[in-house]
Design a protein around this ligand. Structure first.
Ligand code: ATP
Length: 235
């Protein structure tokens, strides 16, 4: 569904992504793991054309989307759940969801009901100001808002960041559920353990380069990954 070929991204003189190639097959969950500053968010922001690459191709459903307007990219079926959730604090839960459907002409009510089915908590709090939701609820809202556009590919930037362990488990259950319902997922995580457990395939990003890749379960067994990212090495 998504194929990135030799992507390079610079911020001024700083090279943040140095020629990465990744593939996200339809209906899969693919994860990018890596430490702070590895270039994970930059990759997602470049896919949305919020940042421009200096070189490389981003092929979505057979077409190179580099240079396309972000609104066009959303219309083609890609949405991003940004790091830090970025809900509209002074709007209600329902208003936030409606904003996610800004390109939709019909079916909005049905889509709201689908999101409420996935997140009953949001339904209960539909009139609450988003800024007064708990961190976990705001993350649910950010994911729900991205789903309002009926994406084919949903990209999530560190959905578990800053959340309590129990809430994190809930978020990962939802990720699996969304995938089962047919949406392809590209997930960025520092919580490598959880991410590799749900992912069909994973890439390890280090200072702008892919240093390892493989099936999620296989990467979890890799000694280097255990040592660097999982904290479960026997050494
Ligand atoms: P984190 O997990 O901390 O979010 P990341 O892997 O997502 O890290 P990026 O946010 O993509 O990493 O950052 C990659 C590199 O690019 C870092 O060195 C960062 O300082 C730099 N960078 C990111 N955004 C900008 C910007 N707007 N201007 C200049 N440099 C930037």
């Amino acid at each position: 569904m998504l194929k990135i070929n030799d992507l390079h991204v610079n911020y001024g003189g700083i090279s943040a992504v140095k020629g990465i190639s990744i593939q996200v097959p339809e209906k899969s969950i693919v994860t990018l793991i890596g430490a702070n500053g590895a270039g994970k968010s930059t990759t997602l922001r470049t896919i949305m054309n919020l940042v421009k690459p200096s070189q490389g191709e981003i092929i979505f459903q057979g077409e190179n989307i580099v240079g396309k307007d972000t609104i066009d990219i959303v219309a083609r079926g890609i949405t991003l759940v940004p790091e830090g959730r970025r809900v509209f604090a002074n709007l209600t839960v329902l208003e936030n969801l409606k904003i996610g459907a800004y390109l939709q002409k019909n079916g909005i009510e049905e889509q709201i009901l689908e999101v409420y089915d996935l997140f009953p908590r949001l339904k209960e709090r539909s009139w609450q100001m988003a800024g007064t939701l708990s961190g976990g609820e705001q993350q649910m809202l950010a994911v729900g808002r991205a789903l309002m556009a009926r994406p084919k590919l949903i990209m999530m930037d560190e959905p578990s960041l800053g959340l309590a362990p129990l809430i994190v488990n809930g978020i990962f259950d939802i990720i699996k559920e969304i995938n089962k319902l047919g949406t392809t997922i590209l997930l960025i995580e520092q919580n490598a353990n959880k991410a590799l457990k749900v992912a069909d395939y994973g890439y390890v990003l280090e200072t702008g380069n892919i240093t390892m890749e493989g099936k999620g379960r296989e990467l979890m067994q890799n000694e280097k990954i255990k040592e660097a990212y999982l904290g479960t090495s026997k050494k």
